[in-house]
Design a protein around this ligand. Structure first.
Ligand code: NAD
Length: 323
């Protein structure tokens, strides 16, 4: 029997072609937005699919697993898989994979760095100033920012993306400190990064704090009012991980009150909605969840999705199985 695969939304063609070249039947919902639960159910009813390519933030859990028992593998086209109920999948023996493309982890690290540099050099404010016709000539006092060199970069979460951020930060002459639930001795020996067993130490010492933990119960609102108050007044907070890791209402207050100097956000607590007041602040830089959006990264992610499904159908353990 020909294997059938449903892809919930547009992904780069390379992975689709790999699956079709194997002789599988691939149905792609040719729309670039998350399907609603109703749409998803309607689409999956069409055929007894063997696999689904899902994407964050589409919720995948017990209800879909029970309704569509022929689907034995859900291959997420993203690195984060907090949209999938892993425990429920495990109970039913359903395989879940993600797409932690090596190039994507570099891309997210670069985006993290881009946000930090744009905050330090006040790039977005300055761009807006020119576009509004306010630039009347050079001034030695205009848009005075801050240097990154010599500062301390603090990471919370030092896995794949965190390691790349460490590489860039140390190349830029920053001292790196990190907190993680596991110790990453590789970044200590390669980049002289210093481990701290609590996030509080990072928040107190760092000039730039970046977040690279997965969203889980233990990381939900990891950054809250109390912890924001521990940060230096001149510090920047960068989040390219997941929105709910920060209590966004608390962050808006901290930015309004200048408890911290600024924030760079690629992800939001109630995406695509933003907390009230966030958009009005000029000490925040906002990007629409594009941390891994480079051509190389997205093509590699599409390739990994196909490799995971092919391995599964061929009776092997998919390289990016997460459960
Ligand atoms: P990873 O699994 O390689 O690293 C995560 C690290 O966080 C691990 O070292 C883990 O031990 C650590 N950790 C877990 N819980 C922790 C806690 N409570 N406190 C401190 N450390 C903790 O993941 P990664 O590939 O580096 O990706 C990190 C996250 O980035 C993903 O889970 C995803 O949500 C997010 N992401 C966002 C984008 C984007 O487009 N903005 C793209 C890719 C990934």
């Amino acid at each position: 029997m020909t294997k059938t695969i449903f892809v919930t939304r547009k992904i780069p063609e390379v992975g689709i072609k790999m699956l079709r070249d194997k002789g599988y039947e691939v149905d792609v919902r040719d729309i670039d937005s998350a399907p609603s639960e109703r749409e998803m159910i309607k689409a999956l009813k069409k055929k007894p699919y063997d696999a689904v390519v899902s994407s964050w933030p589409e919720p995948v859990g017990a209800d879909l697993f029970d309704r569509f028992p022929t689907v034995k593998i859900w291959a997420n086209f993203t690195i984060g898989f907090d949209n999938i109920d892993i425990e429920e999948a495990k109970k039913r023996g359903i395989t879940i994979t993600n797409a932690p493309a090596a190039t994507a982890t570099e891309t997210v690290a670069e985006h993290t760095f881009a946000l930090a540099m744009a905050l330090a050099a006040r790039v977005v404010e300055a761009d807006e100033y020119i576009r509004r016709g306010k630039y009347k000539g050079w001034s030695g006092m205009n848009f005075i920012g801050t240097d990154l060199v010599g500062k301390t970069w603090g990471l919370i979460g030092a896995g794949r993306i965190g390691e790349n951020v460490t590489k860039y930060a140390s190349a830029f002459g920053l001292k790196v400190i990190y907190n993680d639930v596991v110790r990453h001795e590789n970044i200590e020996s390669k980049y002289a990064a210093t481990f701290y067993s609590t996030p509080e130490e990072i928040l107190k010492q760092a000039d730039i704090v970046s977040l690279h933990v997965p969203l889980m119960d233990s990381t939900h609102h990891l950054i809250n009012t109390e912890r924001l108050a521990m940060m230096k007044k001149a510090a920047f907070l960068v989040n390219t991980a997941r929105g709910p890791i920060i209590d966004e209402v608390a962050l808006v207050k901290a930015l309004q009150n200048k408890t911290i100097a600024g924030a760079g956000l690629d992800v939001f607590e109630f995406e695509p909605k933003l907390a009230k007041g966030l958009m009005k602040l000029d000490n925040v830089i906002l990007t629409p969840h594009i941390g891994s959006a480079s051509d190389t990264a997205r093509n590699e992610m599409s390739t990994l999705v196909a490799q995971n499904i092919i391995a599964f159908f061929e009776g092997k353990v998919p390289p990016n199985k997460v459960n």
